[in-house]
Design a protein around this ligand. Structure first.
Ligand code: ADP
Length: 432
């Protein structure tokens, strides 16, 4: 190497270099190290190497580093803190090698400054702490997740149990519905059998009853010979009872037909005044007999959509009852009003000042064969308890209704509701 001496090279090397003896006294030190520490050469050469070590590194030097270097002859990449002339700590990585020579060993060291190391270490430490914190948080979150998971599992079990309960309840419901359906079918069948039986029986009974009426008439006319007064009286009673029985049978037949849905309705536009005019003459004799005041207030030009004959039948029944259950001198009236609602229906009230109906009976008088008290009227033409049942069924069949208001000794009001003509026909209300 011409022109450049080894000493020059050593002095310009990009790392510190020094050599010290067995006793720790510095023999050689290059410019780079001197510059790093701020010493002059004379200030270090011949001094103990510990002069340039920070306190911690001095102890480390004595207990580990130098004994190891002496023993192994080579120690590499050891971090030491140097102390500069001004007291500043400077971190270096040191490689040391033992060199044998005459008059005792020498120890050559190169020292590479590690400016960034401390910063890296700190950052590493910070990163590690952050990682630890993140880990802790993760642990916490994991525990929370586990708890949530356990809760969810519990809830899922509860849900399963609830679902199971629901399924069982549903099964029970299905079973009960099926049972109810079977019962309903059985009841329907029984009802149909009853209707069929009643219809057939009624029909069978009417034939001999008509024969009885025929023979009574023949006897009354004297066709089979002269009849005494007493016999005439008896024939009259036979005739009236026959008529009553026939009415009863006809009512039963009517009801069974309605209940079996075997009744046809000839729906047309029926002026309500015409119906009233047709019916009132039929009850005039009874009204007169009991000296009852009768009044009808009907706005003209009101018409319903209904079966004329059936409205007459209902009205006759209501008026008949009003007369039957009102004492002599009382009052019977008819009042017709269109409803003030938007349904387009008409209300026909049949009022009387008669004996009235106890509250608890109001609900049941529309049931077949129900009579409040059979002893309340006198006379041979006692009812059957079918009139109101038939009348309400007929009203329902025409999309109307029949209701009653009454109190004992306060008279009664029966209200027939029917669709007004010109309005859309409505369906029958639900059965009570
Ligand atoms: P009935 O043939 O007995 O008149 P209905 O079905 O027409 O049968 O009437 C049932 C019962 O309702 C009657 O027996 C009577 O007790 C009661 N009832 C009906 N209308 C009146 C009324 N206007 N006043 C008092 N009670 C009445």
């Amino acid at each position: 190497m011409k022109g450049v001496s080894t000493t020059d090279l050593l002095n310009t090397a990009p790392c510190g270099f020094m050599s010290f003896r067995e006793d720790g006294k510095v023999e050689l030190v290059n410019e780079t190290l001197l510059a790093m520490l701020g010493y002059e050469r004379e200030e270090l050469v011949g001094r103990h190497v510990e002069q340039i070590l920070a306190v911690g590194s001095r102890i480390f030097y004595q207990t580990h580093w130098f004994p190891l270097l002496r023993l192994q002859g080579l120690v590499e990449e050891i971090f030491l803190l140097l102390r500069s002339r001004t007291g500043e700590d400077i971190g270096v990585l040191v490689n040391g090698r033992r060199r044998e020579r005459e008059g005792g060993a020498a120890y050559d060291c190169i020292l590479i400054r590690v400016r960034e190391r401390a910063r890296y270490e700190e950052e590493l430490l910070r990163a590690r702490r952050a990682a630890e914190r993140a880990h802790e948080e993760l642990e916490i979150q994991k525990r929370e997740l586990e708890q949530a998971n356990r809760r969810l599992h519990r809830q899922s079990l509860e849900l399963q149990a609830a679902t199971e309960d629901l399924r069982r309840a549903n099964d029970a419901l299905v079973a009960r519905t099926t049972e109810a359906e079977h019962l309903r079918i059985a009841a329907d069948e029984a009802n149909q059998a009853k209707s069929k039986f009643l219809a057939e029986m009624s029909h069978e009974l009417r034939t001999p009853l008509n024969a009885i009426a025929g023979y009574v008439q023949l006897l009354e006319m004297g066709i089979h010979g002269p009849v005494t007064e007493a016999q005439l009286g008896a024939l009259d009673r036979i005739g009236r009872n026959q008529a009553h029985l026939l009415r009863l049978i006809n009512d039963v037949l009517d009801l069974t037909r309605i209940e079996a849905g075997r009744i046809d309705y000839a729906i047309e536009e029926v002026p309500i005044a015409e119906v009233i005019a047709a019916v009132t003459p039929m009850i005039a004799p009874q009204l007169e007999e009991k000296r009852l005041v009768f009044e009808a207030s009907v706005p003209p030009a009101l018409a319903v959509r209904a079966d004329r004959e059936k409205v007459e039948q209902i009205l006759l029944n209501l008026l008949g009852n009003a007369v039957k259950f009102t004492h002599a001198g009382g009052r019977v009236s008819i009042e017709v009003l269109p409803t003030d609602d938007t349904e387009g229906r008409l209300r026909l009230h049949v009022r009387d000042t008669g004996i009235g109906i106890p509250r608890e009976m109001l609900a049941v008088i529309f049931e077949p064969f129900v009579q409040v008290d059979e002893t309340r009227t006198a006379g041979p033409a006692q009812g059957s308890g079918l009139g109101l049942a038939i009348s309400r069924d007929l009203a329902w069949g025409m999309g109307g209704d029949l209701t009653a208001e009454s109190a004992p000794a306060q008279g009664s009001t029966f209200t027939l509701v029917l669709p007004l003509a010109g309005s859309a026909p409505g369906g029958p209300p639900a059965s009570a």
